[in-house]
Design a protein around this ligand. Sequence first.
Ligand code: SF4
Length: 245
Amino acid sequence: MKRAPSVLASVPIVLDELPLRIDRDLVLRYQGYKTSLDVPTADVLALFEEALALGERLMAPQVVYRAVGVTDRGADRIEAGGERLHIPQIGRLWGPIEAIGAGICTVGDAIEARVRELFDAREFPLAVMLDSVGSAAAESLAEYANDLLCQAAIPERLKVTNRISPGYAGWDVAEQERLFRLCPGAPIGVGLNSACFMSPGKSISWLVGIGPEARVDHYFTQCRRCWMRDCAYRRVPAASTVRAG
Ligand code: SF4
């Protein structure tokens, strides 16, 4: 990455050259394996390693991010940048926030293109595994962006919440359009169709809350796999990381 993001960046900033590592456990979960219950066979693991190597070569992680001051908020509502977002229980989940950070991340379209080629060639097991690798890469990237924002907020004495996305936890996917108006995907080549599906498909849009009293970790302990080893604000030991190197 060329520079650290500013958590209160008011114009969209693009982050690239991100040292991302794909979360292996997540790939296997997408394949239906439950950690500590299911043990993949040697054949599955060989396929997994092949798909992982392919995915790491093909992915091109990019993030676009912009922060907007909150003008009003309620139990289930945030208003910012002329947009009204209806998010169930967000007042309780995030507590007092002063700004929101809207972000879009993608690992590009090369993985999907290769998956299509593999399906056309009837190489179904590798195609399906590579598709899971692409999904896990996008998820790892979103988590990494969340970590970067938390890190960037510390010198500004601000806190950053866990991310949420349209279409999850009761937030209507139709509000994807509002999120894109707050932070356009165009700078990283991510578009939105009329059904609110993003293209490339291996992309994730998300929102975080920002403020000195923001409530962090509302569904996940962010520090658990954050790479920032010497962070004086770490709340729990790191279990793993999605940062390479
Ligand atoms: S260790 Fe925790 S507090 Fe520190 S930057 Fe990472 S997520 Fe934030």
